[in-house]
Design a protein around this ligand. Structure first.
Ligand SMILES: Cc1cc2nc3c(=O)[nH]c(=O)nc-3n(C[C@H](O)[C@H](O)[C@H](O)COP(=O)(O)OP(=O)(O)OC[C@H]3O[C@@H](n4cnc5c(N)ncnc54)[C@H](O)[C@@H]3O)c2cc1C
Length: 160
């Protein structure tokens, strides 16, 4: 079996498949497993992050689960689905690549310099390349649009 993506969906499905007696190969775009648990949850929520990482480490340590990171699957990526099929000849594939898009507001100015998507900033402060390397220019006065959990994390990071 092949699972594409090593976020919670990919890793927990690998566990179920391994428990059912399958050999599972997980292919993941990022070097580290964990998906948005690793790169979305704020970096100082140690208890939460470490609790989930521990579960992920146990699943990935299973002899029937094989993790391959830093491989992007797609038409213009490292491997296409067909290449993956030829290479590993899996009986089935699970695509658990998440839904990590950004949502523009579609109003004038939303592509101006200094307007950032929350997800890109979160990836930046959680150390996901290439966002970790990007220089986000931020002044003293910042407006955040949206009032959810991620807003709290970003406000927290801006005040650090
Ligand atoms: C900023 C942010 C903060 C969040 N904070 C919390 C929180 O505090 N608590 C909570 O419960 N939930 C939180 N969530 C939601 C939670 O993280 C997601 O619901 C969950 O991670 C989704 O799991 P997933 O496995 O479907 O996808 P993801 O976690 O997105 O994992 C997808 C995986 O697929 C890989 N991948 C993507 N494309 C490809 C490709 N083409 N080829 C190979 N691999 C690929 C990626 O590398 C990644 O490892 C947050 C989400 C965001 C965006």
């Amino acid at each position: 079996m092949v699972t594409i993506g090593a976020g919670p969906a990919g890793i927990y499905s690998a566990r179920k498949l391994a428990e059912a007696g399958h050999e599972v190969v997980i292919i993941n775009r990022d070097i580290k497993p964990g998906g948005l648990v690793e790169y979305g949850i704020y970096f100082n929520k140690h208890k939460l992050k470490e609790g989930v990482r521990k579960q992920f480490r146990q699943i990935l340590a299973d002899d029937h689960v094989h993790y391959l990171g830093h491989i992007k699957v797609g038409e213009k990526a490292d491997l296409t689905i067909n290449e993956l099929r030829d290479l590993l000849k899996p009986s089935a594939m699970i695509i658990a690549a998440g839904a990590q898009g950004t949502k523009a507001l579609g109003i004038p100015g939303d592509t101006a310099a200094g307007v950032y998507h929350a997800k890109d900033l979160v990836y930046h402060f959680n150390g996901l390349p290439p966002f970790s390397e990007k220089d986000f220019k931020i002044g003293d006065r910042v407006a955040i649009i949206g009032v959810g959990n991620v807003m709290v994390d970003i406000a927290h990071w801006l005040r650090r």
